[in-house]
Design a protein around this ligand. Structure first.
Ligand code: GLC
Length: 677
C-alpha cells in the first residue's frame, strides 16, 4: 500500500470537478482541479458527456463487465449488484470501475469518472457513432493523456496508487466449493490432490465453517480444532482461506453483534437504529465500513481467525447483498397470505411473483439506511458502490497494523477502483458455460487497466454442472491467471480435478502452472510496481496493426507472451492470429514440449485437450521451474529456459514472497541461455 505522491510532477492528468463529490478514496494523490474545462467531450443538455466515435475507434476499460474487450456496442452501468445470472443482457456486475480508454483516429486518452454513485456508459449503444457518459451524482473527472494506451494506463495507475501484491503462495492453485461442510471434507480434498499427485496451495472455507453463518466464528462440531487443522494443512503446503460475509448476524449474546450495536458501528435506519436485512444468517446488520472507527473495529475482528493460523481471506456478499429487508418482507408475506384460497388468474399470479421478485437487492431498501462518514451522514444509496471496497480496506488496514511487513491473501467480490490497493477480486458467480470461459479472458485486461491485478474467475464455473472438457479447457486458461481457483456451488457436480477421468492431463496442466509460477509472480510484481497491465489486448502491444484491434479471444501476458485458449466444446483446435513472427510452445507437460517458430498471420492450430499452446515474442525468454507440490516447494535456482530469438536477460523476482520488504531486494537480472534451434 504505497500511496505516496511519487512521480506526481510527471502525471499527465487533468482533473475537473463537478459539484461537490463524495470522496471515494479511489485516487491516491491529490491534484488540483482545473478551472477551465478542456476535454474531448461535449456536455449535452441531458448532462451527458458525449464524444463522436470514428469507425476504427476502440473503447476499453470498465473492469468487471460483460461483453467485449472493446466495449463498443453496449451500455453499462456501475451499480454493484449480486445477481448470479451473468448473461449478455446485464449492464452491471459486482464492481464499479469507471475508467475507460478511448483509442483511435485522434489518438488515445483515458477518462476516469470518480463518483461514489452510479455512472452510465452508453458506448455506441443508442447511437453507434457516439459515446455518452453520465454520472448520476457529483464527481471528479480525470482526463489522462499518453502517447499510447499502455502509457495512458501507466499514468492512470500512478493516479490511483500501487496495486495490491499478495504473498507468492497465492500464485499456487486453490480448490474451493460451497458444500465442504466439515474437517473431513477438507481432508478429503487435500488427500485427493495428494494421492493424484496434483499440486495444491489453498483450500477455501465457504460459509459452512461458521457457526450459524456468524462472521468470525467457527462451528465447533464441524471444525473441532481449526487451529490444529490449519497447522496440519500448512505442513502439507496448503493454506486454509475462510470467507467473510458483509452481513453480521443479529443475535443476543453474539459478541460481535452486541459490541457493534453498543458502539453504534452498524449502518442505521432513519431513526438511528441498526438497519436489519436478511442474508445468510437471517436477520443481519452491516458494519459501517465508511465510518473510520467502525472500519477499524470490523478489521480488527479478522484477528480472531489470524490467531487460528489463517493467512488469507475472501470477502463476500459485500455489494452488499440483501435477500430482503424486514419491512419489505413483511409486506410481501402479507400479499402472499392474502392470496390463500383465492382463484389466481394470470395477473394476480404474476403480481405475487413480481412482489417476491422485489425482495432482493432492492434499491429502495438501499435508500433506507445510512453511513456515518467523515463527510457527514450519507444515504447508503449514494455510496452503494463503495461498500465492498471499504470492507476490504478494513481488513487490509488491520493486517498492516498487526503485521506491517507480512503479505496476506485478500480478495473480494464487490469492488470499486481504489480497492486495488488493498486486495484482489474474483469475478463472482459465473456458471459452467463455455461463454463464461471466454468472458473470463475478456475481463482480464479490463480489470488490469483499473488497477486490479490479482484477479481470477471461478474455474470450471460456479453455477451449473461442469463437464470434464470444460474444466480442462478452463484450467488451461487458469494456469495464466494470478488467482487460480476452482470453485463451484452447492448441489452441482463435484468439480475437483482429481475426480475426473483424465487425471494425467489435469496433473500436467497444474504442473505447467507451477513451472510458470516464478515467471507469473515476476511478471505480476513488475506489472504492479511499474503500473503495467499483466494482460493486454493485442492492440496495446501492436497499435498499428488494424487486425490486432479486432482480436477478442487472445491476450498478451506479461513481457512477450501471448495466449489463445480454446473456448468451444468439441473444438479440435482454433485459429490464432500472430501480429508478427513468434515462437509457438506446445506443452503436453512442464517438461514435455515443442518449440516452433511461426510466421506472422493466421494459423489454424490443432490443440487437443491434452495440450496447452502459447506463444513467445522474439527477444523474450521464459523461465520454467521444476513442478512441485506447492509454491513453497518450488526450487527457483533450477530453471529451464524457453528462449525466442535473441534474449539477453530476464528480470526475475526471487524469494519466498511472504514479506513486503523483500520486494526491495528481490529483483534479479538473470542471464538467459542461447535460443535452442
Ligand atoms: C456467493 C459467493 C460464492 C459463495 C456463496 C456461498 O454466492 O459468490 O462464491 O460460494 O456465496 O458463500
Amino acid at each position: 500500500m504505497n500511496n505516496d505522491n511519487k512521480n506526481k510532477e510527471k502525471i499527465m492528468i487533468r482533473k475537473y470537478r463537478y459539484g461537490n463529490p463524495f470522496p471515494t478514496g479511489a485516487v491516491a494523490c491529490e491534484i488540483a482541479a482545473e478551472k477551465k474545462e478542456q476535454t474531448a467531450f461535449r456536455l449535452n443538455a441531458e448532462g451527458e458527456f458525449t464524444l463522436a466515435l470514428a469507425p476504427e475507434d476502440c473503447v476499453y476499460g470498465l473492469g468487471e463487465a460483460v461483453r467485449g474487450i472493446n466495449k463498443r456496442g453496449w451500455h453499462y452501468e456501475s451499480c454493484n449488484e449480486d445477481d448470479p445470472i451473468i448473461t449478455e443482457k446485464r449492464t452491471a456486475l459486482y464492481g464499479a470501475h469507471n475508467f475507460i480508454v478511448v483509442a483511435g483516429k485522434k489518438g488515445v486518452f483515458g477518462a476516469f469518472f470518480d463518483c461514489a454513485d452510479r455512472v452510465l456508459f452508453d458506448i455506441g449503444y443508442t447511437d453507434p457513432d457516439e459515446l455518452r457518459v453520465k454520472a448520476v451524482a457529483d464527481f471528479d473527472l480525470y482526463i489522462v493523456e499518453g502517447k499510447s494506451a499502455v502509457e495512458v494506463v501507466r499514468e492512470f495507475r500512478k493516479l490511483i496508487g500501487d496495486s495490491y501484491i499478495p504473498p507468492k503462495w497465492a500464485f499456487g492453485f486453490g480448490q474451493s466449493r460451497w458444500g465442504y461442510r466439515c474437517e473431513a471434507d477438507i481432508r478429503e480434498v487435500a488427500d485427493g490432490y495428494a494421492e493424484s499427485d496434483m499440486p495444491l496451495d489453498m483450500i477455501y472455507l465457504d460459509i459452512d465453517y461458521m457457526d450459524h453463518y456468524k462472521d468470525f466464528t467457527v462451528n465447533k462440531e464441524r471444525y473441532p480444532d481449526l487451529k490444529a487443522l490449519a497447522a496440519d494443512m500448512k505442513k502439507r503446503g496448503i493454506r486454509l482461506i475462510p470467507i467473510i460475509d458483509a452481513g453480521v448476524k443479529v443475535e443476543k449474546g453474539y459478541d460481535i453483534y452486541e459490541e457493534g450495536v453498543e458502539k453504534g458501528y452498524f449502518c442505521k435506519d432513519a431513526e438511528g437504529e441498526p438497519y436489519v436485512v436478511g442474508v445468510w444468517p437471517g436477520d443481519s446488520v452491516f458494519p459501517d465500513v465508511l465510518n473510520p472507527e467502525a472500519r477499524k473495529w470490523f478489521g480488527s475482528k479478522y484477528r480472531i481467525l489470524l490467531d487460528e493460523g489463517i493467512e488469507g481471506f475472501w470477502n463476500d456478499m459485500n455489494e452488499p447483498s440483501i435477500f430482503y429487508s424486514k419491512k419489505r418482507l413483511a409486506g410481501v408475506l402479507e400479499k402472499v397470505a392474502s392470496a390463500r384460497g383465492r382463484n389466481m388468474p394470470l395477473e394476480e399470479y404474476h403480481g405475487i411473483l413480481g412482489a417476491i421478485g422485489t425482495l432482493a437487492n432492492n434499491r429502495a431498501d438501499y435508500a433506507e439506511f445510512f453511513h456515518d462518514t467523515p463527510n457527514g451522514t450519507v444515504s447508503h444509496l449514494s455510496v452503494h458502490n463503495l461498500f465492498g471496497c471499504y470492507m476490504t480496506r478494513a481488513a487490509a488496514e488491520y493486517f498492516e497494523e498487526y503485521q506491517p511487513d507480512k503479505r496476506y491473501l485478500l480478495f473480494s467480490r464487490s469492488s470499486h477502483i481504489g480497492m486495488h490497493r488493498y486486495g484482489g477480486i474474483w469475478t463472482g458467480d459465473n456458471a459452467s458455460w463455455w461463454t463464461h470461459l471466454l468472458l473470463n479472458l475478456k475481463m482480464l485486461p479490463s480489470l488490469n487497466m483499473c488497477g486490479f491485478l490479482y484477479v481470477g474467475a471461478d474455474i470450471g464455473g460456479f453455477g451449473d454442472n461442469t463437464s470434464e472438457d470444460l474444466l480442462l479447457r478452463w484450467t488451461a486458461l487458469g494456469i495464466f491467471t494470478p488467482l487460480m481457483r476452482n470453485h463451484s456451488t452447492l448441489d452441482t457436480r463435484m468439480q475437483e480435478c482429481f475426480r475426473f477421468k483424465d487425471k494425467k492431463t489435469f496433473r500436467n496442466l497444474l504442473g505447467i502452472r507451477y513451472a510458470l509460477v516464478p515467471w507469473l509472480y515476476s511478471e505480476f510484481v513488475k506489472s504492479a510496481t511499474r503500473g503495467d497491465m499483466m494482460f493486454r489486448p493485442l492492440a496495446f502491444d501492436f497499435p498499428d496493426d488494424r487486425r490486432a484491434r479486432t482480436v477478442e479471444d487472445q491476450l498478451m501476458v506479461g513481457e512477450g507472451l501471448m495466449i489463445a485458449p480454446v473456448y468451444e466444446q468439441n473444438a479440435a483446435g482454433r485459429y490464432v492470429y500472430l501480429p508478427e513472427e513468434m515462437k509457438m510452445i506446445r506443452m503436453r507437460s512442464a517438461t514435455d514440449y515443442e518449440e516452433t517458430m511461426l510466421s506472422a498471420g493466421d494459423h489454424y492450430l490443432e490443440i487437443p485437450l491434452t495440450e496447452t499452446v502459447f506463444f513467445l515474442r522474439k527477444g523474450h525468454a521464459l523461465p520454467l521451474a521444476e513442478p512441485a507440490k506447492c509454491v513453497d516447494a518450488l526450487d527457483e535456482t533450477k530453471l529451464r529456459w524457453i528462449v525466442s530469438g535473441n534474449a539477453a536477460e530476464y528480470e526475475m523476482y526471487v524469494g519466498n514472497g511472504e514479506s513486503k520488504s523483500e520486494l526491495k531486494t528481490a529483483l534479479r537480472k538473470l542471464k538467459v541461455p542461447q535460443e535452442k534451434k
